[in-house]
Design a binder for this molecule. Structure first.
Ligand SMILES: [Zn+2]
Length: 405
């Protein structure tokens, strides 16, 4: 029996018998098949076939839920490497706040999410790392990204200057330890004293060293990559611009095959031409579309906090009350998808790579999430022809019930 429409937003647990979705445009790692059939058993994808949509499934039909999703896209659940909150709550808050933010983004297709912190006192960050690591152990989060405090005062963005510090490897280690195996990424200004040693330390511990909020030169950034940095934190934002005599971090990060570049595709952080330039240069395998979302994502305009700083959100753009710096985004990954396909005119397959496969691989989770393949978690996003979310499944359970009206 198909899940009835009109139950959008309600969570349901995975059914015990297989669910079959037929007739979808399935975006697979090998390309898109127009009339695909995907079988979900328990929490996993168990079969994918290219079959006519209306053929009866094999076996006892009454033991199988068949949902005809003809005319819709099915893509893997999105993976967000960089996200500070949503639904009016932040990852700097209580366990309840964290879950509110997680659920908000799940309803927009983000089935795997790394919680990002912002610069604060070390004690506060250590405490928050403890809370976030518990939620990661429970499977609610895919780990922690520490953005700051080891960043440049010249490129601080929406981080409080008084709390910034140089990346002393001992302090970096303290945060990694506080995350009890759940630290996935640290954004740091690698040109500061202790920066390169901190990159090496992170690489040794299997934590991604991300170059960001940096005032580094091209040469200094090359050194950071040589030391083991593999991600560019929101490329272009909070770093020196690309100059023809001073190409800066942007050129170094874009040209190196070992680096994945984060892009915030909300139409505010990047001009579409800058996004296109980066996407073309890095190629579809080295881009991760992130949200860098803050509390207002999924809610709307108003006054919010980003860490200790006050933020005013107006017409969907978040800026610090003091100084007016862009303070994260109100983006959700379904909007990033929609923009990428309809405004940036990128191929759907490349967009799926940037939203799912590439970040999953970076996080070392590619054996479980990030693509539609038998054996992977049944994390699915159902999209209509306008690329609006019409359903979200996470580990075999509908987070947003299919709305095929
Ligand atoms: Zn951020």
């Amino acid at each position: 029996m198909a899940t009835p429409p009109g139950t959008r937003g309600t969570a349901q647990s995975a059914t015990s018998h297989p669910q079959v979705l037929t007739g979808a445009k399935l975006v697979l790692p090998t390309g898109t098949i127009p009339d695909g059939r995907i079988t979900v058993t328990g929490t996993k994808i168990t079969a994918i076939t290219a079959e006519p949509p209306h053929r009866a499934p094999h076996g006892a039909a009454d033991m199988i839920d068949v949902i005809d999703v003809s005319g819709h896209w099915l893509v893997p659940g999105f993976v967000d490497l960089h996200n500070h909150g949503g639904g009016g709550a932040s990852f700097a808050g209580s366990a309840q706040d964290v879950l509110t933010a997680v659920r908000t983004h799940r309803a927009h297709g983000t089935t795997t999410l790394v919680a990002s912190t912002v610069t604060d006192d070390m004690d506060v960050l250590v405490r928050q790392a403890g809370l976030l690591s518990e939620l990661a152990e429970q499977g609610d989060l895919a780990g922690i990204h520490f953005e700051g405090p080891f960043i440049s005062p010249c490129r601080k963005g929406a981080h409080s200057e008084a709390l910034l510090r140089d990346p002393d490897p001992a302090e970096v280690r303290k945060l990694v330890d506080a995350a009890r195996g759940q630290a996935r990424m640290v954004t740091l200004a690698t040109e500061l004293p202790g920066g390169l040693d901190s990159v090496r330390l992170l690489a040794e511990h299997g934590v991604i060293a991300a170059v960001g909020h940096t005032d580094a030169t091209y040469e200094q950034t090359v050194q950071a990559i040589e030391a083991g940095a593999t991600v560019a934190t929101h490329l272009f934002n909070a770093m020196p611009p690309l100059g023809h005599r001073a190409p800066g971090p942007v050129a170094a990060l874009l040209e190196d095959e070992r680096v994945t570049v984060e892009l915030v595709n909300d139409g505010t952080h990047l001009h579409p031409a800058a996004l296109a330039l980066a996407f073309r240069h890095a190629g579809p395998g080295r881009v991760a579309f992130i949200t860098d979302a803050m509390d207002a994502a999924g809610i709307g305009d108003g006054r919010y906090l980003l860490g200790p700083l006050e933020v005013e959100v107006s017409e969907g753009v978040a800026r610090l009350v003091e100084g007016g710096s862009i303070a994260g985004s109100t983006l959700t990954q379904d909007r990033a998808f929609q923009r990428a396909v309809t405004i940036d005119r990128l191929p759907v397959e490349d967009v799926v790579a940037a939203l799912s496969a590439n970040p999953a691989r970076l996080l070392g989770l590619a054996d479980r999430v990030g693509s539609l393949e038998p054996g992977k978690d049944a994390d699915l996003v159902l999209l209509d022809d306008a690329f609006e979310v019409r359903g979200v499944m996470r580990k075999g359970a509908w987070v947003v019930a299919p709305d095929l009206a």
